[in-house]
Design a protein around this ligand. Structure first.
Ligand SMILES: [Zn+2]
Ligand SMILES: [Zn+2]
Length: 183
């Protein structure tokens, strides 16, 4: 039976994405680093990380740091998928420019269902790249390819860091560009 779709709030996703990005090589990320990146106080970060830990998306070691789990990584990739599919739709069908599409996608990418995203993916012919040229993580249900192979995780993680370092658009909510409005 298919597992019920996990629905994270925009705030929770923001934390998860930051843990994923900061811990790319599988290293432990300090709660204070996460707090700094998101511009929140450490106790708030600890609280959020403990919640994600309960959901099995990260492992939080008290006073040591936090690490994303495979399940957590899948959630992040699902998030990138939603963002990038929406962005592709807005650019190809609604003629938006990239920045505008990225901003609009970011406003709704935490809320849309996998079902809707899969329908859009099908409509678009299962695109593999977003308009920025970044990989769109595929869905096995929709595109006939698994969402996460280890190789893909590594590639996508590498692309993520390049994306962030080059100050390209299409950043996830947690990126330090201050365009993110907290929920
Ligand atoms: Zn993009
Ligand atoms: Zn598809």
């Amino acid at each position: 039976m298919r597992e019920a779709e996990l629905r994270l709030t925009k705030g929770e996703l923001r934390y998860l994405v930051v843990v994923y990005e900061l811990g790319k090589g599988g290293e432990l990320v300090k709660a204070s680093e996460v707090a700094c990146r998101l511009n929140v106080k450490s106790p708030s970060a600890v609280e959020a990380l403990e919640k994600l830990s309960k959901l099995g998306l990260v492992i939080y070691f008290k006073r040591k740091g936090v690490k994303i789990t495979k399940r957590g990584m899948e959630e992040v990739l699902r998030y990138y998928r939603r963002h990038r599919i929406l962005e592709t739709l807005l650019v190809t069908h609604l003629n938006m420019d990239l920045d505008e599409a990225c901003r609009e996608a970011r406003n709704i990418d935490a809320y849309v269902s996998d079902d809707l995203i899969n329908r859009v993916c099908k409509l678009l012919g299962h695109p593999r790249k977003c308009p920025h040229g970044y990989d769109i993580p595929p869905s096995s249900e929709c595109c006939g390819t698994a969402l996460v192979s280890e190789e893909e995780v590594t590639t996508i993680a590498a692309e993520r860091s390049r994306e962030v370092n080059d100050e390209q658009p299409c950043k996830p909510s947690g990126s330090p560009d201050n365009t993110y409005t907290p929920p």
